[in-house]
Design a protein around this ligand. Structure first.
Ligand SMILES: [Zn+2]
Length: 271
């Protein structure tokens, strides 16, 4: 994973024969009371080492583009103008990275929440990707294509099981955060990258304490099992994680550390 270019809204990496581009949609602040222990209770305390912004956790919101130069898959789309104004910069991030909206034919959604799916419609109300052919999404989440997203419904490809999007990218159901939560495996000669959506929301807490869940995990025991299984798998040489809410650009190595894990980011972080 070698850095090719970086700006305030993007970082592009060579990953074997592929290019992986992290795209920064923005950030969202959430209260630490959303963190939950194994009994579903709020945590007694958040470790003093966890940075807070005005008392809130600051979650980066990232999307990722995977391309072999011909075929591209965009994983998640940010929030556009449909949530908080600290998000909605995906179009600017693509422009900064030199990626044309018209070149994106396949979008792979990790799950139906606003900060992942709403960017299919640009802030100006236009369809963000005029040549979009397929929107991949877990079947349990495909009911989100109503209202604002209704015009895209005819391009939805529901994911029911492990399925290849192309020769590099494979969708794998990982339910818990939502019923249709899906991770995407990206294989190249340089290893395996897993774009894991919302498997972890607060990296400064949940790598060290991977049993800690998030209030917005629909099925917390199932989300916990998914998280533990994915972390266990990722702690291997030549494996990388790309996380929607890991600190931008959100790509790193997972290292086993006692009963938990450590995340080693691949580049300096944007705050
Ligand atoms: Zn999210």
């Amino acid at each position: 994973m070698k850095l090719i270019s970086q700006g305030s809204l993007h970082a592009a990496f060579a990953f074997g024969e592929l290019t992986v581009v992290s795209l920064r949609d923005g950030y969202v602040d959430m209260p630490p009371t959303r963190l939950r222990d194994e009994h579903g209770c709020t945590l007694d305390h958040v470790p003093a080492s966890v940075p807070l912004a005005d008392g809130n956790l600051r979650l980066s919101v990232n999307a990722f583009l995977v391309t072999d130069g011909t075929k591209s898959v965009l994983i998640d789309t940010g929030a556009s103008n449909a949530w908080h104004p600290t998000m909605g910069y995906l179009m600017d991030a693509l422009a900064e990275a030199g990626i044309a909206r018209e070149d994106i034919t396949d979008v792979a959604i990790t799950h139906k929440h606003e900060d992942h799916v709403n960017g299919l419609i640009a802030p100006d109300g236009s369809q963000a990707f005029p040549r979009l052919r397929r929107v991949w999404i877990g079947t349990g989440d495909s009911d989100v294509f109503t209202g604002r997203l209704e015009p895209l419904r005819d391009r939805v490809v529901p994911i029911t099981d492990r399925v290849a999007i192309n020769e590099h990218v494979t969708a794998v159901p990982a339910p818990g955060h939502t019923p249709g939560h899906t991770i995407y495996e990206v294989r190249s000669s340089a290893g395996l990258l897993i774009a894991w959506g919302d498997t972890v929301h607060v990296p400064t807490v949940q790598f060290e304490q991977p049993t800690v869940s998030w209030e917005l995990d629909d099925e917390q025991p199932q989300a916990r099992r998914s998280r533990l299984a994915i972390l266990d798998r990722l702690a291997a040489p030549d494996y990388f994680v790309a996380g929607a809410h890991l600190d931008s650009p959100g790509i790193g190595h997972v290292i086993r550390n006692g009963t938990g894990y450590t995340l080693e980011y691949v580049t300096p972080l944007t705050t």
